[in-house]
Every structure is written in structure tokens, then in C-alpha cells.
Ligand binder design. Structure first.
Ligand code: PBG
Ligand code: ZN
Length: 340
């Protein structure tokens, strides 16, 4: 019998030989089911009612709160580099703007409404998403209208939030994304979009599985939306609640969501995978939230790892779990780091 290397490997276990399949950089990229591309990324923008403001947000490295006059000059170079989409968050700073009903959310002269109109006109090819919630606009900082006992009044909240969503869609944003977590808001928004005759041209992206926890801290600093009392645990999902998240995802699909989102992302990869399983016929989005971004920056600054390498590892993990849309504060960096 021959003892050559060839015959040894042929008579041995061929399935054990994996190295060849990823021996080349291109072959390594082929091992991924999904490649991160620029068109998957949505950049969060914080828009204040102070038109000329451009203020660094201390807890979110490199991220700014901007007035409407600073938005176009900021976006121009990013769009040239391949930016496809932004999500808008309003940050009212003016005296007396906030009230118990979040009236300012859909003020036609408010920062979000004005910025939607401006960006639609200035960058017709940019896909505009509007986050829909009341917490930036309510005096108490909760994501809806409250009952006397301090809990959310679900009916009034859904009614108000669906009105705000319609106002944003009518102002020209391509996608409305309710992040409030009131029960039944997807159905209410879908019905009002149909009633307004714009359901055929508006994407409804639900923050379907949004968990409570400590990862939204930098965002709440940025948006000034820390609740004045209590927390959000009675409407955002408990972190251990995988079954509950599956039910929330199923519910929002049944209510008419076009895209379902999981948030935060890296701590909830199993939920992203569940979302892809339950929503296999629709796109799944993941929000790599402010705390995840700040944590990666802190780790890089402490010398634990390289920022870019970690940003890729975290984001590719989110894709591997099943998302094909990622809301990320790294979006501007990825436009430099990615080729397409
Ligand atoms: C508003 C909203 C929040 C985020 C997105 N929409 C904050 C919250 O729920 O307190 C968090 C985003 C982030 O942390 O980057 N409801
Ligand atoms: Zn909110």
C-alpha cells in the first residue's frame, strides 16, 4: 500500500479539512452569508430647535446635536461617500416647549418637521426615517401620555403617537419608526396611513423588541429625555423576556409593520435571530444603541482593542444574527472604512 500524503488524506477524514475554504481574503469574505454594505446603514441625527447649534455630545464620542442650519453642510460630504439613510430625533431645548402631551412633537415649525421638509428637497435620494416617540417632548420624559397614577394611558398615547407619525409621513419622510412601545400603535399608525392615502409610500418600521436597560444613557443625555420619575420598565421589555419579545414581534407583524427592529443589538443577538425566524419574509433591523457605541469607544480608548476592528466585529455579529439593516453611530466611520 502506498504511504504517500495524498493517499493518506484521501483515505482519512476529508470533512476535517477546512483551511482551504478560507485560505484567501476573498474566500474569507465568501464565508459570510451577508457582507456589511453602506446601504444597510442608517445614521442617527439629533436635531435641536436652536438653528445654528452644533454641540458635541460628551457621552457619545464624535456625535453632535445640530440645528437645522448645520445639517445640510454636515450631510453633504457623507452623501458623497455613500450615505443612504438617516433617522431623525428631535431635541427641543427652548424654554417651555415640553408639556404633558408632547405637543411639540409634530409642531410644523419644530426641528424634525422642518428638517424632513428640508432634506427631502435638498437630498431627494436620501432615505429619511423619523423616530416617533413623545419622550423628547413630554415634561415628564415618558414615552406617552400618563394616567393619574403615573402609568401610560395606552389609548391616549396611541392616538397621539399615531397622529405624530402621520404628520412626519405627510411632511415627506419615507419611513416612520415608533419607538414608544405602547400596545397597538403599529395598527393605529397603519390605519391612519391608509386613511391619509399614504400607506403605499410609507415604510412602517416597528421598534418591535425594544428592551429596557442601561444602554440608552448616552442617548438620553443627547436628547434630554431622561424620565423625571420612575423608569421605562412597564413598557420597554424586560431583558430576560425572550418569549415576550417573540410575541411582541409576532404582534407587530400582524399589526402591519413592514420592518421589525431589535434594540439594543449586540446584547440581544438571540432576539435578532428570533426576529429573522419569525419575520423571515421581511427585513430585520437592529439598533446598535448609544451605550454599545460608547462602550466600544471606551474599550478602544483604554487600549483593549482597536476601534475599527471592534466596530466591524460587533456589526458583523449583528448581521450574522439576521439583521440586514443597522442603525449605527458608526455609520459615518463605515463610509470611510467600507468600499461599497
Ligand atoms: C426614544 C428612543 C430612545 C432610543 C431610541 N428612541 C431612548 C429611550 O427609549 O429611552 C435609544 C437610542 C440609543 O440609545 O441610541 N424612545
Ligand atoms: Zn420614547
Amino acid at each position: 500500500a502506498s504511504t504517500s500524503a495524498t493517499s493518506v488524506s484521501i483515505s482519512g477524514d476529508i470533512a476535517s479539512q477546512l483551511h482551504g475554504g478560507y485560505s484567501h481574503p476573498l474566500a474569507r469574505t465568501w464565508q459570510a452569508e451577508r457582507q456589511l454594505t453602506k446601504s444597510m446603514l442608517i445614521l442617527p441625527l439629533f436635531i435641536t430647535d436652536n438653528d445654528d447649534e452644533e454641540t458635541l455630545i460628551p457621552s457619545l464620542p464624535g456625535q453632535y446635536r445640530r440645528g437645522i442650519n448645520k445639517v445640510v453642510p454636515f450631510l453633504e460630504p457623507l452623501i458623497r461617500k455613500g450615505l443612504r439613510s438617516v433617522i431623525l430625533f428631535g431635541v427641543p431645548l427652548g424654554q417651555g416647549v415640553k408639556d404633558a402631551l408632547g405637543t411639540a412633537a409634530d409642531d410644523p415649525k419644530g426641528p424634525v418637521m422642518s428638517t424632513i421638509r428640508l432634506l427631502r428637497q435638498r437630498f431627494p435620494q436620501l432615505f429619511l426615517v423619523a423616530d416617533v416617540c413623545l419622550c423628547e417632548y413630554t415634561s415628564h420624559g415618558h414615552c406617552g401620555i400618563l394616567r393619574d397614577d403615573g402609568g401610560l394611558n395606552n389609548e391616549l398615547s396611541v392616538d397621539r403617537i399615531s397622529d405624530v407619525a402621520i404628520a412626519y409621513a405627510q411632511a415627506g419622510c419615507h419611513c416612520v419608526a415608533p419607538s414608544d412601545m405602547n400596545d397597538g400603535r403599529i395598527r393605529a399608525i397603519k390605519l391612519k396611513l391608509i386613511e391619509a392615502g399614504i400607506s403605499h409610500k410609507t415604510v412602517l418600521m416597528s421598534y418591535a423588541a425594544k428592551f429596557s436597560g442601561c444602554l440608552y444613557g448616552p442617548f438620553r443625555d443627547a436628547a434630554g429625555s431622561v424620565p423625571s420619575f420612575g423608569d421605562r420598565k412597564c413598557y420597554q421589555l424586560p431583558p430576560g423576556g425572550r418569549g415576550l419579545a417573540r410575541r411582541a414581534i409576532e404582534r407587530d407583524i400582524a399589526e402591519g409593520a413592514d420592518i421589525i427592529m431589535v434594540k439594543p443589538a449586540s446584547q440581544f443577538l438571540d432576539i435578532i435571530s428570533d426576529a429573522k425566524d419569525i419575520g423571515r419574509n421581511m427585513p430585520v433591523a437592529a439598533y446598535q444603541v448609544s451605550g454599545e457605541f460608547a462602550m466600544i469607544h471606551a474599550g478602544a480608548k483604554a487600549g483593549v482593542f482597536d476601534l475599527k476592528t471592534m466596530a466591524f466585529e460587533a456589526t458583523e455579529g449583528i448581521l450574522r444574527a439576521g439583521a440586514t439593516i443597522v442603525v449605527s453611530y458608526f455609520t459615518a466611520d463605515f463610509l470611510d472604512w467600507l468600499e461599497s
